[in-house]
Design a binder for this molecule. Structure first.
Ligand SMILES: [Zn+2]
Length: 347
């Protein structure tokens, strides 16, 4: 390791040589490589966290570049986890980047989280946050919750075993689908992302450096436009909380959430496979050849189905990942998307 790389943080009394060695031996799961995940992973890679496990299911889009700081125009169309890994490796080649292009769900979360020291939230949906919260509490791993939309953001540390509240103590139920603002519908300002990502990354560094006494244990809310930072003291753990109080991990055991299809934006439906098996995408590409022009690039199979049309007459777009997850584009109906998936990919 080049000694000068970390010199400016090693001279900090809060870090030192011992602290730098702690950072180098740490393993952190960055769940989601959207705006928050990019900002968090950038700070942690530069700080020298020894292993970053990046997980994201999406592809880079042009509309991401306004705030997702790891991506460039040349990355558009690539899986985010791969593009982020390439960028982070070019920033710091001395750390390990473990990139996964997959969905975080009850079937994958255990493998993705095990052997991690901290789980950090770069997610865009509550289902996956409750799943990570269940995972963190059941395994006794700290989880840093964060979220941002519009010009506001939140950050909160879940510290299992420290008689601190979990995410479900704070928010017992997810907001009903379609009732909350999302970055797609309400927009989001780049600097609020940077603010929340920096707060989350700071909490990770304090945990890894064994400075738990210096953690910000409150629910912090940032309002970038009103110039307000508010702190709500962390509530005591709620004995009636299904997760940390009663140890019923409903999101982890799949009794909550986990539908096989998820609406993931305008005119596209995500279909999750019924099994965890992977597939050779070039084989599938040959099988689909009679139905349209399909090609595999960057570990993703993409094409348009000639025989399947949207309501407005556009050919249906099919994007398939190695874990057999698919995005069906130009479609609004989960049922039709599942039917198309079953027809062309196999149930
Ligand atoms: Zn709880």
């Amino acid at each position: 390791m080049n000694a000068s790389r970390y010199q400016r943080q090693v001279i900090l009394p809060q870090v030192g040589e011992d602290g730098q060695a702690r950072l180098a031996s740490a393993r952190v799961l960055v769940a989601g490589c959207g705006a928050l995940g990019c900002g968090i992973a950038d700070l942690l890679a530069r700080a020298g966290i020894g292993c970053l496990r990046l997980v994201d299911r999406d592809l880079v889009e042009m509309s991401n570049l306004q705030r997702q700081v790891l991506y460039a125009e040349s990355d558009v169309g690539m899986p985010k986890a791969h593009a982020a890994a390439a960028r982070l490796s070019s920033i710091n080649s001395s750390i390990k980047i473990d990139a996964h292009v997959t969905d975080i769900n009850p079937r994958t979360v255990q493998t993705l989280s095990e052997d991690c020291d901290v789980l950090v939230d770069g997610l865009d949906n509550f289902e996956t946050r409750y799943l990570l919260n269940d995972m963190a509490v059941s395994m006794g791993i700290p989880y840093i919750y964060g979220g941002a939309v519009g010009t506001e953001g939140l950050s909160f540390p879940v510290l299992p075993g420290e008689s601190s509240a979990c995410l479900r103590c704070l928010f017992p139920e997810p907001p009903p689908a379609g009732t909350t603002a999302t970055c797609d519908t309400a927009g989001v300002l780049g600097p609020i992302i940077a603010t929340v990502a920096a707060h989350e990354a700071l909490q990770v560094l304090k945990l890894v450096l064994d400075h738990e006494e210096d953690l910000d244990r409150s629910l912090v809310s940032f309002d970038a436009w009103r110039n307000e930072i508010r702190r709500l003291a962390a509530p005591a753990p709620d004995e009636s909380c299904p997760c940390c109080g009663q140890k019923r991990f409903e999101w982890l055991d799949g009794s909550r959430g986990g539908s096989t299809t998820t609406l993931c934006g305008r005119g596209a439906v995500q279909v999750l496979p019924g099994t965890q098996a992977g597939i050779d995408l070039s084989d599938l590409s040959h099988r689909l050849a009679p139905h349209g022009d399909f090609a595999v690039r960057d570990g993703v199979l993409r094409g348009q189905l000639r025989e399947e049309r949207s309501d407005s007459g556009h050919p249906v777009e099919l994007t398939i990942f190695e874990d057999l997850r698919a995005m069906v584009g130009q479609i609004d109906s989960p049922e039709r998307a599942k039917a198309i998936y079953d027809r062309y990919v196999g149930a």
